[in-house]
Design a protein around this ligand. Structure first.
Ligand code: M6R
Length: 368
């Protein structure tokens, strides 16, 4: 049942290419993006003047990634917020607000309450969910299902990648309805997404290398994660995985924040994982991150760098280099998250913990 793997999570990590392909299938028909249970008219999408993304945990990190893409494609302001915070402040919502509620289980109490609150304020709610007929999609105006299949491991993996893909479909559907992207641009973005299952399959080649690294890092006191732009949520997700599975202190930071405090944590031998942007994307992002790595390496950190294949400029700064395939910048989280998932699972395993059932956690959190 674990497909020859020691634990479900590794099987689920390996199922990510299919999870992505299945989530994208059927959503580009006759040159147009189509969502599934679309109970919102095209006019509703055209009228949207603000987007809130609400979710918890890993689903929240998928929303943070989506913010970059949706703002870029639609020119709409997008706020991504933890459902538990959104619900208890007084967010400004009206019928032209689109609230995207992301939940693998579709039963998370905090996210469900956020949905109810949004609907009371007359906002339109679109759910992104992996579980057919769950409560959150039932109470939403529209649903887009991720087709990642059942996820047994408590740590979300394939549903995270599928959520990013689904969020991107929502972004493209909005761009299409609002005319902020020409049809051929929407088509090009969709085809780039369609190429991602292969890129993720290729990325899975890093598993043996990361497994060996995990054995070396298993006794670390803490591990830090750094990223910029879409690499920032990747860093947060890498840290969350490590906390929940390996019970190790882990923090994800926006690399630009280093000098505002976290750099004080750097000491001799501290492992720091860095998600590098593509050197072919925004050159300024790449240059800034290189200088951040330089700074922490000079202070003794052990740098573990996830970089695009062939990016020779990072080599002098990487004590350990993990190469992932070259993909467009907005799609990088789909490849750079994979080694972080494996790292957390394998450190947990080296420490003798149950990877699929970490202590104190439940797969679906139905209390607030
Ligand atoms: O079912 P949901 O997507 O609403 O769950 C949200 C979080 O509880 C979930 O992502 C949690 O953070 C995972 N254990 C992370 O791996």
């Amino acid at each position: 049942e674990k497909g020859g793997h020691d634990y479900f999570m590794l099987k689920e990590i390996e199922e990510q290419p299919e999870a992505l392909a299945n989530t994208l299938r059927g959503h580009f028909v006759d040159g147009r993006i189509v969502l599934d249970e679309q109970r919102l008219a095209d006019q509703d999408l055209r009228d949207v003047d603000k987007v809130f993304v609400v979710a918890c945990g890993t689903a929240f990190h998928s929303g943070l990634v989506a913010k970059y893409a949706i703002e870029h494609w639609t020119r709409l302001p997008v706020e991504c917020e933890l459902a538990s915070e959104f619900r208890y402040r007084d967010p400004v919502l009206d019928r032209d607000t689109l609230v995207v509620a992301i939940s693998q289980s579709g039963e998370t109490a905090d996210t469900l309450e956020a949905v109810r609150h949004a609907r009371e304020q007359k906002a339109r709610v679109l759910a992104i969910c992996n579980t057919n007929g769950a409560q959150i999609p039932r109470e939403s105006d529209a649903v887009l299902y991720t087709h990642a299949g059942p996820e047994i491991g408590v740590a979300a993996t394939k549903t995270f990648l599928a959520q990013i893909a689904a969020n991107y479909l929502v972004g493209l559907a909005l761009a299409q309805a609002r005319g902020t992207k020409y049809p051929d641009e929407v088509a090009r973005e969709f085809h780039e997404l369609e190429a991602m299952p292969d890129a993720v399959r290729h990325t899975l080649g890093v598993v043996p290398q990361v497994r060996e690294l995990a054995r070396e890092l298993a006794d670390s006191k803490a591990i830090l994660f750094l990223g910029r732009h879409v690499g920032f949520p990747v860093a947060l997700e890498g840290a969350l995985k490590l906390k929940e599975l390996a019970y190790m202190h882990a923090e994800g930071f926006a690399a630009g924040e280093l000098k505002h405090g976290p750099i004080a944590l750097i000491e001799q031998g501290l492992p720091v994982v860095i998600a590098m942007p593509s050197p072919k994307g925004r050159a300024v992002l790449h240059a800034k991150l290189l200088s951040n790595i330089n700074e922490i390496q000079a202070r003794g950190a052990r740098t573990i760098v996830i970089a695009e294949e062939g990016d020779d400029t990072v080599k002098p700064f990487a004590d350990h280099l993990i190469e992932v395939p070259a993909v467009p910048t907005l799609l990088q989280p789909l490849v750079s998250s994979v080694p972080l998932q494996v790292l957390a699972a394998e450190i947990a395993r080296s420490r003798g913990y149950d990877v699929d059932k970490p202590r104190n956690l439940a797969k679906s959190v139905t209390v607030e």
